[in-house]
Design a protein around this ligand. Structure first.
Ligand SMILES: [Zn+2]
Length: 125
C-alpha cells in the first residue's frame, strides 16, 4: 500500500488500514497539513469510513476546499467565496439589464457612448 500523508506528518497511523492513504498520499502532505489545521483527522476518517469508496475522493476534496478557505478567511471560510461570487452574479445581472435597456433605446446612440466609456485614442508621435 502507498504510504499516507499521516505518516509523513508523523501522526499515529496504522498504514495498512489507513482509509486516508488512497486520497491523501504521502507525496501530497500539504493537503493533510491543511485538513489537520481545521478538522480533527479522526472525524474525517470516520466520515470516510461511512461512505462508499467511490465517494471518498470527492469527500476529501470537499474537506480540503473547506479547510483551505477557512484558513484564508477565518471568519467566513468558503462562505466568503460564495458571497463574492454572488456579488459578481448580481453585478453581471445588473450589467446585462443595463445592456438590454441600452439596446432598447439604441436610437440614442451606441452603448459605449451611453456608458461614457469611449476614450479618444491618444496619439503620441
Ligand atoms: Zn494514514
Amino acid at each position: 500500500m502507498e504510504p499516507c500523508a499521516c505518516e509523513e506528518a508523523r501522526q499515529k497511523c496504522t498504514n495498512e488500514y489507513c482509509v486516508l492513504a488512497p486520497y491523501l498520499p504521502a507525496n501530497n502532505p500539504e493537503v493533510y497539513a491543511c485538513l489537520s489545521q481545521v478538522f480533527e483527522i479522526s472525524v474525517v476518517v470516520k466520515n470516510l469510513k461511512d461512505l462508499e469508496p467511490s465517494q471518498r475522493q470527492k469527500c476529501v476534496d470537499s474537506y480540503y476546499f473547506e479547510a483551505k478557505y477557512r484558513l484564508l478567511d477565518p471568519v467566513l471560510g468558503y462562505d466568503g467565496l460564495v458571497r463574492h461570487l454572488q456579488r459578481q452574479i448580481e453585478d453581471l445581472k445588473l450589467g446585462l439589464e443595463m445592456d438590454k435597456r441600452g439596446a432598447q433605446g439604441f436610437a440614442r446612440g451606441p452603448l459605449s457612448q451611453s456608458y461614457g466609456t469611449t476614450t479618444t485614442p491618444s496619439t503620441s508621435d
